[in-house]
Design a binder for this molecule. Structure first.
Ligand code: AMP
Length: 190
């Protein structure tokens, strides 16, 4: 099983590329942001619990995320590979992910990071706000999301670098060209 983590700040293009990668290799795309947004839209107890946190651009609790991911793994035992998009986002989540995968006799295969400068990120997120009307894409909240990334998620880079699992790809430019670079980094012999 190939367990790919697609890593990067909000607005780096993880969602777009994760869908393309999953389609190309027949893997399952798991976006924790999409899972949580669906819960909010359906008004489930979980959705009601996380709505305000998400709309403020804060991180949902590690415990909830770990519960969600546990059920993803339990319900997808025959899958060939996963593209994790938006998880893990904290060191605690990363360690729990290792433990969850170990229970299945698995480990993280590769962490691919999309590198995009902050100015470009803000521009993209504001555009997305206009196009999709995401409540967590206002200027104030975007700044918050980037602060969360710097404080909680960026430290994961060192965690994965130490394990020699981390590779980065420049994420500004043509979507298809970035996709080709990502695929070549996943399987250098392609
Ligand atoms: P995303 O679409 O990945 O940017 O996620 C949207 C929002 O969902 C984030 O700003 C968080 O509030 C929440 N979220 C998604 N994934 C996680 C995670 N792994 N840990 C904590 N909160 C998350």
């Amino acid at each position: 099983m190939f367990n790919l983590i697609l890593f990067g700040p909000p607005g780096a293009g993880k969602g777009t590329q994760a869908i393309k990668i999953a389609e190309k290799f027949g893997w399952k795309h798991v976006s924790t942001g999409d899972i949580l947004r669906a819960e909010v839209a359906q008004g489930t107890p979980l959705g009601l619990k996380v709505k305000a946190v998400m709309e403020a651009g804060q991180l949902v609790s590690d415990e909830l995320l770990i519960e969600i991911m546990e059920s993803v793994f339990v319900n997808n035992k025959t899958i060939k590979g996963f593209v994790l998009d938006g998880f893990p986002r904290t060191l605690k989540q990363a360690k729990e992910l290792d433990a969850m995968l170990a229970k299945l006799g698995q480990k993280v295969s590769l962490v691919l990071s999309l590198e995009v400068n902050e100015e470009e990120l803000i521009k993209r997120l504001l555009n997305r706000a206009r196009e999709q009307g995401r409540k967590d894409d206002t200027e104030e909240v975007i700044k918050n999301r980037l602060v969360q990334y710097h404080n909680h998620t960026k430290p994961l880079i060192d965690y994965y670098k130490e394990q020699k699992l981390f590779k980065d790809v420049y994420g500004v430019g043509n979507i298809d060209e970035i996709f080709v670079k990502l695929c070549e980094t996943i399987f250098p012999s392609l």
